[in-house]
Design a protein around this ligand. Structure first.
Ligand code: FES
Length: 155
């Protein structure tokens, strides 16, 4: 008499994609904006890691490319509005660097929408939440990064 194999549950393969986002936020404005969102308990998507930099101008193309290499599906760079940068021209430098990074990202065959540059002040908690939610939606629509094998920054 043949022995019946016990039924095993099939693993679900349609797991919803949750993007890993790295957000570089300048110390003086955007990081404080993220803090404002938290203090005011503004709900937003939680799937990002924030990295505080002294200025958005400090975020070189190497920072963004390394984040993508290490498993980020999207990278946000955020700093003070023009005229508010504590290093006067830091955010103008950030714009130049970001444009160069966009070209590099395209050269790598990635969609340029995987990176985003935003200006968010310390008082703009709701705007921080809105940008994070929008960017998360945008990256979710794009799907996992082709470079993303296994995120290393989650370990
Ligand atoms: S200090 Fe915030 S962008 Fe320069």
């Amino acid at each position: 008499m043949p022995v019946k194999k016990p039924k095993t549950k099939k693993k679900s393969t349609n797991k919803k994609f949750v993007p890993n986002i790295v957000a570089f936020a300048c110390n003086w404005c955007s990081y404080a904006g993220a803090d404002t969102a938290g203090v005011n308990r503004i709900q937003h998507s939680p799937n990002f890691r924030i990295i505080r930099t002294m200025c958005s101008g400090r975020v070189t193309p190497a920072f963004i490319l390394k984040a993508l290499k290490l498993g980020a599906d999207g990278v946000l760079v955020s700093g003070c509005h023009f005229g508010d940068c504590h290093y006067i021209f830091g955010n103008y430098k950030a714009v130049d660097q970001f444009e160069k990074t966009k070209e590099l990202v395209k050269t790598l065959g990635l969609d340029e929408k995987r990176i985003r540059l935003e200006w968010i002040s310390a008082a703009e908690g709701p705007r921080w939440a809105q940008v994070i939610n929008e960017f998360t939606e945008q990256i979710t629509a794009l799907g996992p990064s082709p470079l993303n094998h296994k995120p290393k920054f989650n370990k």
